[in-house]
Design a protein around this ligand. Structure first.
Ligand code: 5GP
Length: 187
């Protein structure tokens, strides 16, 4: 059995992380995607236990108090966190575990799991990102404004990550993520 590994994928809202990740998992079903808990309301297409575990703020706070979350953060008025146990179990079994999380959570992981590989997905430009966030039309105007503001701050922190990948052309970006994960590094 191989060695377990933690991989963090971060990037501003609307950059296309989710779509890249779904394609990556299709190509590599051996990868394990952590399912987060969130206090955000489900979007129409989202399924509890598949996209997220949707919880109340009280439930979320209890999980934090019981140290059940590996990391957590507030984002655009809601809380998001990574359940600790499944991630630790999968890594102990030699699996590669992917966390798709925002910047604050990624910073926490850098402190608690310094050996994790941390990748940042960048948009081709901030203008393009704004277009994508608005075009998604899934969120209220207020949430869109919060997401845009946060997106700018996140993009500025891209250098904190081990690898930066620009999502300019989908297939090329996917190939770059794949190469970062699976190309052996000569040391
Ligand atoms: P969304 O509401 O668009 O699904 O997610 C908003 C942001 O929260 C995204 O940047 C996503 O990566 C991040 N996120 C999702 N799950 C987690 C988590 O468990 N922890 C942290 N820190 N961020 C998360």
């Amino acid at each position: 059995m191989g060695l377990g590994r933690l991989i963090v994928l971060t990037g501003p809202s609307g950059v296309g992380k989710g779509t890249l990740l779904r394609s990556l998992l299709k190509r590599h079903p051996e990868l394990y995607l952590s399912i987060s808990v969130t206090t955000r309301a489900p979007r129409p297409s989202e399924v509890d236990g598949q996209h997220y575990y949707f919880v109340t703020r009280t439930q979320f706070e209890r999980m934090v108090a019981n140290n059940e979350l590996l990391e957590w953060a507030e984002f655009a008025g809601n809380c998001y966190g990574t359940p600790r146990e499944p991630v630790e179990n999968q890594i102990a079994q030699g699996k590669w575990v992917i966390l798709e999380i925002e910047l604050e959570g990624a910073r926490q992981i850098r402190r608690t799991f310094p050996e994790a590989l941390r990748m940042f997905i960048l948009p081709p430009s901030l203008g393009e990102l704004e277009y994508r966030i608005r075009n998604r039309a899934q969120d209220s105007e207020d949430a869109i404004a919060q997401r845009l503001q946060r997106a700018r701050a996140e993009v500025e922190a891209a250098d904190e990550f081990d690898i930066q990948i620009v999502n300019d052309e989908f297939e090329a970006a996917l190939n770059r993520i794949e190469a970062a994960l699976f190309t052996p590094v000569n040391v």
